[in-house]
Unconditional design. Structure first.
Length: 67
């Protein structure tokens, strides 16, 4: 299982921190201005389906919730 974390930015948006395919931590800024929208945007970016897995079948957890 891979994990991604959301964090608040001072401007009211969110950062998404996740581990890329090489094992390095990557941080990207999301456009969302609410936590719920940030979760949705993170799921789209990570390519998770309804069961929380990506196209390679890897399960993702975002902030403690299965993506």
């Amino acid at each position: 299982m891979k994990r991604a974390t959301l964090s608040d930015r001072p401007d009211g948006s969110f950062d998404l921190e996740y581990e890329n395919g090489r094992g390095a931590k990557t941080v990207m800024r999301l456009d969302a201005n609410t936590y719920e929208k940030a979760i949705k945007e993170a799921r789209v970016f990570l390519g998770t389906k309804g069961d929380g897995t990506d196209e390679d079948g890897v399960a993702w957890e975002i902030d403690g919730e299965t993506a």
